[in-house]
Design a protein around this ligand. Structure first.
Ligand code: NAP
Length: 182
């Protein structure tokens, strides 16, 4: 059985989480709210495929422990989707170091917001050697004379596309022209 980890899987990535469940992954999901977690679990065709990890990713020791524990209980993690707010600047590295204890390669899909410079983010995200680093940047949508931010559905669909096509770099929506952002 493949094991995935989705950080922030109960929000805009809920549909991407469900995609992994439907692909036969055991999916560990990091979030804090039980209400949103249960909404996600109840929507799954097999509830036992979602493993809730209630942890605040700003708490570094608890984060490390939660990832370590789910690996011990549910097997090595082959795929990570990470949407992490910038307040937790070490969270991605902590997660990566735990996941990288496997000998084979694994995929990290790092979701970054519109304001991040892609090359800068890619440089910043230092990943272990056995990690295949994919970056998904969230843009916006231009509709005629107006523009808007992405919907949750569009964000999840963009992440799913990046996973299916194994894209190393994928922009959901557009970032150009930047001055037309909402
Ligand atoms: N370019 C774009 O279009 C763009 C870019 C970025 C965001 N957005 C929009 O902005 C909205 C707000 O973003 P959002 O980040 O609130 O999205 P979200 O995906 O709805 O929520 C964040 C996710 O991360 C979890 N989370 C947050 N802080 C956490 C923490 N400290 N520890 C553990 N888990 C944590 C949340 O669960 P818990 O709260 O239960 O912990 C939730 O699962 C989104 O709805 C999205 O549509 C748009």
């Amino acid at each position: 059985m493949q094991h995935a980890l989705v950080v922030g899987g109960t929000g805009m990535l809920a549909e991407a989480t469900m995609y992994l469940v439907n692909q036969g992954y055991f999916v560990s999901v990091i979030a804090r709210s039980q209400t949103r977690m249960w909404r996600l679990i109840n929507a799954a065709k097999d509830r036992s495929m979602i493993i809730p990890l209630y942890v605040d990713y700003r708490n570094e020791s608890e984060l490390k422990e939660a990832v370590r524990k789910t690996i011990l209980q549910n097997g090595n993690i082959n795929l990570v989707i990470a949407w992490i707010h910038s307040v937790a600047e070490n969270a991605l590295e902590i997660i990566s170091d735990e996941v990288a204890s496997i000998e084979t390669s694994w995929d990290l899909f790092h979701i970054v917001g519109s304001s991040n410079d892609l090359n800068h983010m890619k440089r910043k995200a230092e990943v272990p050697v056995n990690c295949i680093y994919h970056q998904v940047q969230l843009g916006f949508v231009i509709e005629g004379t107006k523009s808007r931010w992405l919907t949750h559905k569009e964000i999840s669909e963009g992440v799913i596309k990046a996973i299916k096509e194994r894209r190393l770099l994928h922009i959901v929506g557009t970032l150009e022209p930047w001055e037309r952002r909402p």
